[in-house]
Design a protein around this ligand. Structure first.
Ligand code: NAG
Ligand code: NAG
Ligand code: NAG
Ligand code: NAG
Ligand code: NAG
Ligand code: NAG
Ligand code: NAG
Length: 604
């Protein structure tokens, strides 16, 4: 279709070109007068009909023509009162008229020149000699000179009212060679073209050139634009835009609105929002793309993620996930506001969260310190757990994050946690074929079981969350390459410390001091279960969120701070009386695996 459009454009330009070319030939008649008879152009001073020709007082030799194009072609033009001469061509540039005259072939001596209305005249055409005769049966072409003859020469005619050279940029030249007498003619000055016998008839050739040039530019731009539109449409379709639109329509139909404000953005909108993806707008670079800060037309601030390349087969899945994420409306999940699909790699538009990542908050040196209220840490942990629990349970099949880490938990200016980057997220695969063959995730957070089976489950997120919680409470990096090998992994350090009963030492000062023994045991127990080698032994995200919230309430309670208290209220507040009985025991291989550290030497 686009090809057709550009072809039409080309035709239009060609048409305009021919019009422009035609205008450059002396073809213009007086306004309102016919400028052609059949296919013969009739330029002023010639004209068909009253007031359409130049009247120079010589009735019989004026420029008046009669057109007869009613019969079969070619049309006949009658001029100078000679109805038997049919006109073939009128030329202003050469001041010549070509006529067809009736003649009979003859072998008589030939006479050069035409002698008035003399019928005893001869002409030679193609080395043959003809005698002009009204009863002749052959049309022979005859070229005649013409001139304006009401005054003898240019100097006499100039400055008179009837001076024939009407146009500015026109010249006058004398015609004397003619047997019919002297007169003058007009032509356009060098660099101009057109009809010198009309006001404004001579126009600059450069105007035409500029006109043509600009038309060519327009054509090129139009072709480029249509190519761009084609490319955009191709990407839009490639990136699943059509499916998304259809699904949005079906969703919109039931909710009555356009899917909770989810919007399909154009490339221009996002370019404008990010100042053409300026480097100083970059918020961060992740495993799944670059994130820019953007300001939309309505002044709202957003985060725009330029994703990495996608495989063709991934696009349908991507669209499905995107649609589901757009439906998620949870205070602890970064909201997906829209997307842009008309680029090679799709871009996603998210709610902007102002105060950076939890990773920066913990390790950045300006945020979390030993004195930060334990409550803040527990709240951030509980909120993150809430978000994951919601993702795991709200949709069917559950939405798995796949890359839970502190760098993927954002904080707003009131330190509310918001989980982001479901870029690696997968709807839980429901059959063997869908199980990912490529393990994705981040070293230090990756579920060792996932690494072995390549099967991402909700318990993989639980393991990663356990690492996040550990990081938050110890203020240590999950992988530390400075110390001895056995201390490289925070998880293995923790597991060994628990085994030795020295896990309290691993905790951050503020945590150690702020928590009672019971609470510390509780949180260590929870951590131990989260980072269990066996996924089945890990608690669900919902339980973790509840336990963290209970722990937080317990810490806020006055008797929470007291050391060594072991009252019934405390136990019930912690809500794990029953769990005490089935105390978690490490199995030998868990510890061996971790101590060997082998499971942490993967590269992704
Ligand atoms: C006009 O058309 C006739 C045939 O239709 C052709 O013979 C003649 O050359 C044409 N004249 C011009 C000036 O194009
Ligand atoms: C042709 O011209 C020649 C010389 O001018 C003359 O002798 C001859 O008679 C002429 N022929 C005719 C048929 O007029
Ligand atoms: C122009 O024509 C006028 C009158 O017809 C005549 O007097 C004059 O000499 C001519 N000028 C030239 C330069 O031929
Ligand atoms: C106009 O006509 C004169 C005389 O025939 C000629 O010398 C001159 O070159 C012509 N100018 C143009 C622009 O054709
Ligand atoms: C932080 O996010 C929460 C949840 O969306 C919101 O209620 C709160 O107002 C936000 N804080 C600020 C300062 O915007
Ligand atoms: C959020 O970030 C701003 C600017 O970086 C900073 O001034 C403010 O203290 C931060 N808020 C919190 C609660 O850390
Ligand atoms: C390694 O970790 C253990 C347990 O936390 C700790 O006692 C030991 O000091 C650590 N070693 C180094 C070199 O950090």
């Amino acid at each position: 279709m686009a090809t057709m459009a550009s072809t039409i454009l080309l035709l239009i330009v060609l048409h305009l070109l021919s019009v422009a070319t035609a205008q450059r030939q002396p073809s213009v008649a007086l306004p309102g007068c016919p400028d052609r008879c059949g296919n013969i152009t009739v330029p002023y001073p010639f004209g068909i009909g009253p007031d359409c020709y130049r009247y120079d007082g010589l009735e019989s030799q004026g420029f008046q023509l009669e057109c007869d194009d009613t019969g079969p072609s070619p049309p006949r033009l009658t001029f100078f009162g000679h109805s038997d001469y049919s006109l073939a061509k009128l030329s202003l540039a050469t001041s010549e008229v070509t006529v067809y005259v009736k003649a009979t072939p003859t072998c008589f001596n030939f006479t050069s020149g035409l002698d008035g209305g003399d019928t005893e005249a001869y002409t030679s055409v193609d080395k043959n000699v003809y005698r002009l005769s009204n009863n002749g049966d052959i049309d022979v072409p005859l070229v005649l000179d013409w001139a304006v003859r009401d005054l003898d020469n240019c100097s006499a005619a100039r400055n008179t009212e009837d001076f024939a050279c009407r146009s500015t940029h026109s010249n006058c030249f004398d015609v004397t060679k003619d047997a019919a007498g002297s007169g003058y003619g007009c032509n356009c000055s060098t660099g101009y073209d057109g009809n010198p016998y009309l006001k404004g008839g001579c126009t600059g050739v450069s105007v035409g050139v500029i006109l043509l040039g600009s038309m060519c530019c327009c054509l090129c731009l139009a072709r480029q634009k249509s190519k761009l539109i084609r490319t955009k449409q191709k990407f839009f379709e490639h990136n699943g835009g059509v499916i998304l639109q259809q699904q949005m329509q079906s969703y919109g139909g039931t909710t009555g609105g356009p899917t909770g404000g989810f919007k399909i953005f154009s490339t221009e909108e996002l370019k404008k929002a990010t100042n053409n993806f300026a480097a100083d707008q970059i918020l961060g670079r992740g495993g799944h793309g670059i994130v820019y800060r953007g300001v939309l037309a309505d002044d709202s601030v957003v985060a725009i993620k330029k994703s990495k390349m996608m495989e063709e087969t991934e696009t349908k899945e991507f669209t499905r996930e995107m649609l589901i994420l757009s439906q998620i409306n949870h205070r602890n999940v970064v909201k997906l506001l829209g997307c842009c699909l008309e680029v090679e790699v799709p871009m996603l538009v998210y709610e902007y969260v102002s105060n950076g990542t939890l990773y920066q908050y913990i390790h950045g040196g300006k945020g979390l310190d030993a004195n930060t209220a334990l409550d803040t840490r527990l709240r951030i942990a509980a909120e993150s757990a809430e978000a994951l629990a919601y993702m795991h349970t709200s949709a069917s099949p559950p939405i798995l994050h796949g890359d839970v880490k502190t760098a993927n938990i954002l904080l707003n200016s009131s330190l509310t946690a918001k989980v982001t980057d479901f870029g690696a997220s997968k709807l839980a695969p429901n059959d063997e074929a869908e199980i990912a063959t490529l393990v994705q995730g981040t070293c230090g957070y990756l579920d060792p079981e996932y690494l072995m089976t390549c099967k991402l489950t909700d318990k993989s997120d639980v393991y990663s969350f356990g690492v996040v919680l550990l990081e938050l409470l110890t203020r240590k990096k999950v992988l530390c390459f400075d110390g001895p090998e056995e201390n490289m992994s925070l998880v293995s350090r923790f597991v060994i410390a628990v085994k030795a009963g020295r896990h309290g030492e691993l905790m951050d000062d503020g945590v150690r001091k702020g928590m009672g023994r019971e609470a510390l045991e509780e949180v260590s127990h929870l951590l131990t279960r989260c980072v269990s080698m066996n996924g089945e032994e890990r608690p669900g995200m919902k339980e973790i969120a509840e336990r963290l919230e209970a722990l937080r309430r317990y810490q806020q309670h006055p008797w929470g701070q007291s050391d060594g208290a072991d009252s019934e209220e405390e136990k019930s507040l912690l809500g794990r009386k029953q769990q005490r009985d089935a105390d978690y025991k490490f199995r030998p291989h868990d510890v061996l695996d971790l101590e060997g550290g082998s499971t942490h030497y993967f590269s992704v």
